[in-house]
Design a protein around this ligand. Structure first.
Ligand code: ZN
Length: 557
């Protein structure tokens, strides 16, 4: 409770905006952006395609017309509208050949069936693994701040680490990892990164539907296709050679051949004294990959601050979607992404217009439309690791990814269940408007780690992804929930996510006004919201505290 009180005290130190509306947003303009970006002419906005060229042009033109300045790469002393984002693309030339020797018995495996092996992104042109030893490492977690280490000095070199998905207290356990809610230690991306830090040859995550929150078809579909990553100076520091998943039935075979069982290993993995268990199994993989570097772009506009231009507030949304792909039942092959994320992009363009029209805030406001979110949050990760404006002096980031089209709602939400000062600020502005906060009902499935605010959070920047409410003024929660089911089932990541003239943009305009008030208040304050003491992002933010402590030149004495 003390922690919350402190956070609130910090948020309320920020001067409140005057009563009433902070800005006015046009539902008509929002609708126009979504219709244009979601039209077939934009070809589903896949990175590094003709669809990208059109999209980048449209957003740059709109930001210019909105009255903000280019905020991207500095070329010959001039900011461009874009930040170039080099991406490594990697795909199998043919299905890799995979086999295990389990308890002395040769067992061929089929890519996509018992195992899903990702095309390598560690810089290699394929995989050539012979007789690599398998070791079970529990949840594969090394969390010094939680006094947890599943490796206990294991020499992981040349070994394949087999680990459970989610974190050690998902099914109860000795550590504190937020209970059912997932910490970053539970995400598969963390598990690969930790495997690379341990120097392992590979990581295989054991799939189970409940702790993963999705079935094997999702694992198969998203791990056997073309892989992308940002181009890294040392990709092997982030990626082991082999990254993949195995079915739980195969894991059970591995355990029983090693004289134990799935149940026994799961029980052991919940304990702080868990030690790695060598498995009586080895792995062989052979496959060739085609790799190349392609260039995509983030689009960036800026409104320089009147008093402290070196301090920034970011509004962000991803512009990319899935491009052209397999036809649906109607024969449609264009994945328009009108809602995901034409809505978020339209919203950021209109924020730029509102900020440019109002009195200039003290801090700079950056309008950042990122690429390759659908390929693993890559555009925002590139920005966070190659920041155009220092992360330590970025006061906060407000991200929008999928906004509402069913009119105004009584409530609103954000992704995940982190506690931080920026959320307090949002809640304060929302309550002034009579809006009710609904906690994310899906926080346990790791929603916090699945949108672009997360890569800002990893860099320590307080960041949220706003999500629209479901308690609709017109039709209540029943209508809001029904729309959510329709969207998830019939539209999400399908060609049917296509503009409809029946959509109501008045709720989005209302949400935009709320988010404008939050960003404006932050942009006119000297305060620096932070993460709660128990947040995994707090330490990273505190690392840059000295940057924020130094008074700006002109403000000395
Ligand atoms: Zn999205």
């Amino acid at each position: 409770m003390i922690r919350n009180t402190l956070l609130l005290a910090s948020a309320f130190a920020i001067p409140a905006t005057a009563a009433g509306q902070s800005a006015t947003f046009s539902p008509q303009r929002l609708s126009q952006h979504v219709q244009t970006l979601g039209s077939d002419a934009f070809e589903g906005r896949a990175p590094a395609t003709a669809g990208e060229t059109k999209t980048v042009q449209y957003i740059s033109d709109q930001l210019r017309a909105a009255g903000v300045q280019p905020g991207g790469d500095l070329v010959n002393g001039q900011r461009q509208w874009t930040q170039a984002v080099p991406l490594l693309k990697s795909e199998w030339t043919a299905n890799p050949q995979v086999a295990m020797t389990i308890g002395g018995k040769a067992t061929p495996l089929t890519q996509g069936e018992q195992i899903a092996v990702r095309s390598p992104t560690n810089g290699d042109k394929g995989l050539n693994i012979d007789d690599a030893e398998l070791v079970f490492v529990g949840y594969g977690v090394k969390a010094p701040e939680r006094n947890w280490d599943d490796y206990k000095g294991l020499d992981a070199r040349n070994k394949i680490l087999v680990m459970l998905v989610n974190d050690p207290d998902f099914e109860g356990g000795e550590g504190d990892f937020g209970g059912k809610a997932m910490t970053y230690y539970g995400r598969w991306t963390y598990k690969y990164e930790e495997g690379a830090r341990q120097g392992a040859k590979g990581v295989l995550v054991i799939h189970e539907t409940e702790p993963a929150s999705y079935g094997w078809p999702t694992v198969k579909n998203s791990n056997t296709i073309t892989m992308f990553d940002i181009v890294r100076d040392n990709p092997a520091a982030e990626h082991p050679a082999l990254e993949g998943w195995i079915q739980s039935t195969l894991a059970a075979q591995l355990f029983s051949a090693s004289g134990t069982s799935f149940e026994a290993m799961k029980a052991a993995a919940k304990r702080r004294d868990f030690k790695p268990v060598p498995l009586r199994a080895t792995l062989d993989v052979r496959g060739d990959a085609r790799t190349e570097v392609v260039t995509s772009h983030n689009v960036v506009g800026i409104l320089p601050g009147a008093k402290r231009p070196d301090e920034t507030v970011i509004y962000s949304a991803h512009w990319d979607h899935l491009g052209i792909g397999p036809a649906d039942a109607r024969g449609d092959r264009i994945y328009n992404g009108a809602i995901d994320n034409g809505t978020g992009v339209g919203h950021i363009i209109e924020q730029a217009r509102a900020f440019a029209a109002g009195p200039r805030p003290e801090r700079s406001v950056v309008f950042l439309l990122v690429t390759a979110e659908e390929k693993g949050l890559l555009g925002s990760e590139y920005y966070a690791t190659h920041p155009l404006y220092p992360a330590g002096k970025t006061a906060g980031a407000i991200n929008t990814d999928v906004l509402g089209v069913i009119g105004p709602a009584r409530d609103y939400s954000v992704r995940g269940n982190q506690k931080f000062g920026l959320l307090d600020l949002l809640q304060d502005e929302a309550s002034k408007r009579g809006r009710r906060f609904t906690p994310d009902p899906n926080a346990g499935t790791g929603t916090f780690y699945r949108s672009d605010h997360f890569t800002f959070a990893k860099a320590g920047i307080p960041a949220l992804t706003f999500t629209p409410g479901r308690d609709a003024i017109n039709g209540g929660k029943a209508r809001g929930d029904a729309w959510e089911v329709t969207y998830r089932t019939n539209m999400y990541h399908q060609p049917a996510d296509e503009f409809s003239p029946s959509w109501d943009f008045t709720g989005m305009a209302q949400d935009a006004e709320l988010l404008h008030a939050v960003g404006l208040r932050l942009a006119n304050s000297k305060d620096w919201p932070n993460w709660s003491q128990d947040s995994e992002f707090r330490a990273k933010r505190d690392d840059s505290a000295a940057e924020r402590a130094a008074p700006a030149p002109g403000e000395r004495g």
